[in-house]
Design a protein around this ligand. Structure first.
Ligand code: COA
Length: 245
């Protein structure tokens, strides 16, 4: 599930499904989308902070729902992605452990990411017969360069927290016991700024969301076709039947 709590100008969103490594279900996307949409009009929110659980940030989309979604219901994911692109508030994240699939690509929309040394980014889209989403195919090369984006997003090569820090995707690396405090400190610092000026500055830095929204739609259209492909269906079955033979 997703816990959402606002205090001192900070909306904290906590991904809490440790038994499935924080894999995101349709209901969890809906909760995230609602939280983002509500926060945009809530004067009490100055910054959004996303975090996972100790040892796992997010294992990406729930692969069981991918297998079932071969018919094409990507509405909860698509709505969440649109909410990410349209979000006008500063967005930060703290990660400890794996950030997989959309657990990585949502970080491309953040303004600061804090990670522990044992964290890593991984997007096995192609190995699952899929393609990158969340406009990562557009933002990725611009942010970290074509070669690193290809290695991460197309080849599914793991990127360590330190490598992501060097690439400009992670703001700082801290010890696990310092992560919560580091996130709170960063969020409080952001919340201390004049909110209207900060929103306007962030919008200038990010640019118009139109190109990002258009790329998200283009990716999702291909993603939808790929979901039903024999390559993808075989990969989902292989993951879900691990250990059962
Ligand atoms: N969707 C559905 N279930 C998932 C999941 C996902 N994305 N990721 C993990 N799980 C489930 C596992 O099936 C397992 O369930 P079970 O205990 O009922 O068998 C449980 O979470 C624990 O996962 P496990 O793989 O044993 O944990 P781990 O610590 O060895 O590895 C990960 C953690 C995140 C590295 C690994 O689970 C993983 O690679 N997950 C898939 C990530 C992925 O491909 N996501 C989609 C990207 S598009």
């Amino acid at each position: 599930m997703i816990h959402a709590r606002t205090a001192d100008g900070i909306l904290r969103l906590v991904i809490d499904r440790p038994a499935k490594k924080n894999a995101l279900s349709p209901a969890m996307y809906d909760a995230l989308t609602q939280a983002f949409v509500k926060a945009a009009d809530d004067k009490a929110v100055r910054v959004i902070a996303i975090e996972g659980q100790p040892g796992i940030f997010c294992a990406g989309n729930d692969i069981a729902t991918f297998e079932a979604a071969a018919g094409g219901d990507l509405a909860p994911i698509a709505a969440f992605l649109r909410a990410l692109a349209n979000n006008p508030l500063p967005l930060i994240a703290a990660i400890d452990g794996p950030a997989v699939g959309i657990g990585t690509t949502l970080l491309f929309h953040c303004d600061s990411v804090i990670a522990t040394e044992r964290s890593y980014l991984l997007t096995p889209f192609v190995d699952l017969g899929l393609v990158p989403e969340a406009a990562s195919s557009l933002i990725g090369p611009a942010l970290i360069g074509h070669h690193r984006a290809f290695s991460l997003l197309a080849l599914g090569e793991k990127m360590s927290a330190r490598a992501a820090e060097a690439a400009g995707l992670i703001h700082s690396v801290v010890e696990p016991e310092e992560l919560a405090a580091a996130l709170s400190q960063r969020a409080a610092f952001i919340a201390s700024k004049p909110p209207a000026a900060l929103r306007a500055s962030r919008a200038l830095i990010k640019g118009e969301p139109a190109a990002i929204l258009a790329r998200m739609e283009a990716e999702i259209a291909i993603f939808r076709q790929r979901l039903a492909s024999p390559e993808a269906q075989a990969a989902f079955r292989a993951f879900l039947s691990r250990g059962s033979s």
